[in-house]
Ligand binder design. Structure first.
Ligand SMILES: [Zn+2]
Length: 341
């Protein structure tokens, strides 16, 4: 109890930004496998819920678009997050959280923002790709090859073809899997949740059945050297996920969006079932931060507060699993723990 209190006190001092403590104490490192660099100008509503407490409701498909828009633009919850006013504020907020929490992030998205973030906080980034990149196109495959040769591609993530109604084992993705295997670059693919009611407002090809991780099976059988993780952990297809993890020991997941965006009891049930089934070492932290850096802070807190995780579990999720999966060497791991990048 005393220890809990002391930790609370220390973290509130750190949150208050007292310079003496901030320098004296380097928190253990966190790898966020799931960050998007998106200009705030593209954000729709200026507030959203983290987490959402209820989902949209409509009486017919014809009414669904309005219901989803209402849900999105008039969020109703206790935990509202306000978007930063502009990109300068987004940058300041994000870098402050990453510094305070000792975070290294996979990032993909707007090239200008990424250039700014990497210049201001060098060493804190693993370069991915914008989720808008259509990895089915031959010219995009060529571009990925070029970026890799130039040292500008650490991971191929987020592959978001699920939004186009394309399953991971669709033949159009075969060149991507072959390239990733050849270059030995990990791939993060969106398998799991998009926004609720997705086909009714923005993604007409989106289908719930594409949440199933089982669509990865033939891909990993065809590409034995492939390193791949499921972004959003195939939520909520728990049985499909467990049997996929059980059958294919190389498949990993991140908890982007589902940790921060969904009702806490639901996320905790999902994560606990994964851990209870023996797959703790395949779960990696992810926030799915876009526009609002507070998403990263809140996602970290949700994991920290999970009553069924012990300290070793938390370190595995926050850092150790990703460090192993990404093949960080001892020197790099050491320097992350010392707060150097
Ligand atoms: Zn995603």
């Amino acid at each position: 109890m005393a220890c809990v209190f002391a930790n609370r006190l220390l973290s509130s001092i750190l949150l208050a930004g007292m310079p003496y403590f901030a320098h004296a104490q380097t928190p253990p490192p966190i790898i966020d496998m799931h960050v998007h660099a998106e200009p705030v100008a593209l954000a729709g509503p200026s507030v959203f819920c983290a987490p959402y407490e209820v989902m949209p409701v409509a009486n017919s498909g014809a009414e669904a678009p309005a219901a989803v828009m209402e849900w999105m633009t008039k969020p109703d919850c206790e935990n509202l997050v306000t978007m930063p006013a502009d990109d300068a504020e987004q940058t300041l907020q994000l870098l402050a959280i990453m510094e305070r929490r000792n975070v290294i992030s996979v990032v993909g998205g707007d090239a200008g923002l990424i250039a700014e973030w990497t210049a201001r906080a060098p060493g804190r980034w693993l370069k991915g790709i914008p989720s808008s990149m259509d990895v089915r196109k031959p010219e995009v495959i060529a571009e990925l090859r070029r970026r890799h040769a130039a040292g500008e591609l650490d991971v191929i993530a987020e592959v978001a073809t699920q939004y186009e109604g394309v399953a991971p084992d669709d033949p159009s993705l075969e060149p991507l899997w072959a390239l990733a295997e050849e270059l030995d670059v990990p791939v993060g693919i969106h398998v799991g949740t998009g926004p609720p009611g997705a086909p009714y407002f923005a993604f007409p090809q989106y289908r719930g059945r594409l949440h199933s991780p089982l669509a990865m099976e033939e891909v990993v059988m065809r590409h034995p050297k492939l390193r791949v993780w499921l972004m959003h952990a195939g939520w909520p297809m728990l049985d499909d996920l467990l049997v996929t993890l059980y059958t294919h020991p190389q498949i990993h997941v991140d908890i982007g969006a589902i940790a921060v965006g969904f009702p806490k009891p639901s996320f905790y049930r999902y994560l606990q079932a994964i851990v209870d089934a023996g797959f703790i070492d395949r779960v990696m932290f992810g926030s799915d931060m876009f526009f609002a850096p507070e998403m990263q802070e809140r996602a970290i807190q949700v994991v920290e507060e999970a009553p069924f995780l012990d300290e070793a579990h938390k370190r595995a999720i926050f850092y150790d699993n990703a460090a192993r999966f990404l093949r960080f060497d001892e020197d790099r791991i050491q320097s992350h723990h010392q707060g150097q990048k």
